[in-house]
Design a protein around this ligand. Structure first.
Ligand code: HEM
Length: 402
């Protein structure tokens, strides 16, 4: 029903997503490997599915991968499975709760707000550098180094290595697409191996001389059931480093393109007719950087979009479609910079809800404030080009004039 690889669709998925959502709340599709998914298109269903404890990230609590028709694990992908195995995103309670509680301490709204001065300092410094010429790439020259500096500092990851972990991260997230090619998978596996080795060296160094950063904390923490294993620490470092910039960078790129495109929106932000913290909510509702998340049905009597599900079936939630559902948002296809409605689906919901949401909101509003202060005449200098990917939804580059 939707060709998720089609170039026109990837440039602007919303005309198709809107048409499909208005035709049906649910549809099914098989991928090239024959895996069947049931796509939820409407806000209420996606909102409820995210919070439904009868749905889970992995089938294992009740059945094997084989039972649900997944191909057997591939030996040559082992480095990738190793780093995914202990990723919070792939865990269910009680392991999920144990690991999430440990990390959450560093991501509470209060703790994150304390970072505002240092985050602002990074934003202003990097933006001054980027805007030294007449045009610059909002993503490569500003958003990317900015987000990476913030998350690296919070974690205590050596900043001089950032081009390496940016590259590993870009290669690994290709595994989350619906149509990953063999070449992309091979590159993701190599990146997983290299990233894992790099983490293990770092863990060694932090154990020998711990600091006050999050990685040192993970390496030395004593929980009621003992220390975290090295495998758990490696998965957690990689998840936090990757999640800490991939989505935020695209959120800023997508959001700024929408803001600069919408008649009068940039002027009203610069004139302070609307607060930066409100403007960013519309930026991330209108064109979210993560478009799809999946769940396995693990219980009985599960029903979505008027269809009854059996255990072992796979549900895919379309976030961008839900965020444009007219049943929830009036005039959803209009970018209303004053909308100030944070009930969008962009950060998920339920037990896996984005742990980094307060940090992402801080980064986005600080970045917007910096743009207003440093480049008030900002405009798009070229039509921005989309990345050829659906799940991780963003631009290749966003060239702007200062
Ligand atoms: C605008 C930027 C961001 C967006 C749109 C976003 C979105 C999301 C979403 C939708 C989920 C839930 C996935 C699911 O339900 O399966 C999630 C989970 C997560 N996010 Fe974010 N995220 C962003 C930024 C960040 C940042 C800055 C961090 C910081 C490290 C982060 C760390 C995480 C982690 C660790 C999880 C897994 C939580 C769990 O499974 O319990 N994210 N994110």
């Amino acid at each position: 029903m939707i060709d998720f690889s089609d170039g026109t669709f990837l440039q602007d998925p919303y005309p198709t997503l809107n048409a499909v959502r208005e035709e049906t709340a649910i549809f099914d599709q098989r991928d090239e490997a024959g895996m069947q998914r049931w796509f939820l298109t409407r806000y209420d269903d996606v909102f409820r599915a995210l919070r439904d404890r009868r749905l889970g990230r992995v089938p294992e609590p009740i059945m094997t991968s084989d039972d649900v028709g997944l191909p057997p694990p591939r030996d040559d992908w082992k480095p990738y499975y190793d780093i995914e195995q202990w990723s919070l995103l792939m865990l269910e309670p009680p392991e999920h709760r144990r690991l999430r509680q440990l990390i959450y301490r560093e991501f509470t709204p209060k703790r994150v707000e304390e970072l505002r001065p240092v985050v602002s300092e990074h934003a202003e410094r990097l933006l001054q550098q980027a805007a030294a010429g007449s045009t610059f790439d909002l993503l490569a020259d500003f958003a990317q180094p900015f987000s990476v500096h913030v998350i690296a500092e919070l974690l205590g990851a050596p900043i001089q290595d950032w081009p390496r972990y940016l590259d590993w991260s870009h290669r690994i997230v290709k595994m989350y697409e619906l149509d990953t090619t063999e070449d992309q998978a091979a590159a993701a596996v190599t990146a997983s191996q290299e990233f894992g080795d790099w983490c293990r060296e770092l863990i060694d160094r932090r154990r020998r001389s711990p600091g006050s950063d999050l990685i040192s904390g993970l390496c030395t923490v004593e929980t009621s059931d003992g220390r975290l294993s090295d495998d758990e620490i490696v998965s957690t470092i990689i998840l936090l480093l990757n999640a800490g910039h991939e989505a935020t960078v695209n959120a800023l790129g997508n959001g700024m393109v929408s803001l600069l495109d919408a008649e009068g929106a940039w002027a009203s932000v610069c004139n302070r007719d609307v607060r930066a913290r409100d403007a960013i909510e519309e930026m991330i509702r209108f064109d979210p950087p993560l478009q799809l998340f999946e769940r396995w049905v693990l219980g009985d009597d599960v029903s979505y979009g008027g269809r009854a599900f059996a255990a072992g079936e796979k549900i895919a939630m379309l976030f961008g479609s839900a965020n444009r559902d007219p049943r929830h948002f009036p005039e959803p296809d209009t970018f209303v910079v004053t909308r100030a409605d944070a009930s969008h689906i962009t950060f998920g919901g339920g037990i896996h809800t984005c742990i980094g949401a307060p940090l992402a909101r801080l980064e986005l509003s600080v970045a917007l404030e910096a743009l207003i202060a440093v480049v008030p005449e900002l405009r798009l200098a070229q039509v921005p080009v989309r990345n050829p990917a659906f799940v991780i939804h963003g631009y290749e580059s966003v060239i702007v004039a200062a």
